[in-house]
Each structure stands twice: as C-alpha cells, then as structure tokens.
Design a protein around this ligand. Sequence first.
Ligand SMILES: [Zn+2]
Length: 75
Amino acid sequence: MSGTLRKGSTCPTCKKAKLVPIVYGLPTSDVAEREGARQIVLGGCCVTGNDPELECLGCEARFMRDGDLVLIYER
Ligand SMILES: [Zn+2]
C-alpha cells in the first residue's frame, strides 16, 4: 500500500470514494457550506488530540496521517 496521501486521494479501504478532511469544532458558515458540498465532513466539537483527520465519503472509514495513512475506524 502506498503511504503517500494527497488531497483528493481515493480511500484505500473501499478503493472507490474520495477521502476528505474531517473538521472539528463548531462549524462556521464557510465550513457548513463545504460540508454541504461534501468537500469536508464534520467531526463534532469533541477533540481528544488523537482524532482521525480524513474520512471516506463512501464507506466512512476514518484515517490518520502518521507518515503513512493509518486506518482508525472502519464501519
Ligand atoms: Zn472508503
């Protein structure tokens, strides 16, 4: 598996859908707009410091970037 992740990367789990950044905290109107356009997903306002950074729009798997792409959560 490639460890390189670029913006717009395809999900390594389902290999179909796009990965988008997860945004935490209270959404601003700009963030809400981007969420509506499916450019990002909202992660809620609870930040643990160990939160995934990317979510697949297809299978909802969540990933962290730690040099490589690390699967955190798989639905
Ligand atoms: Zn996926």
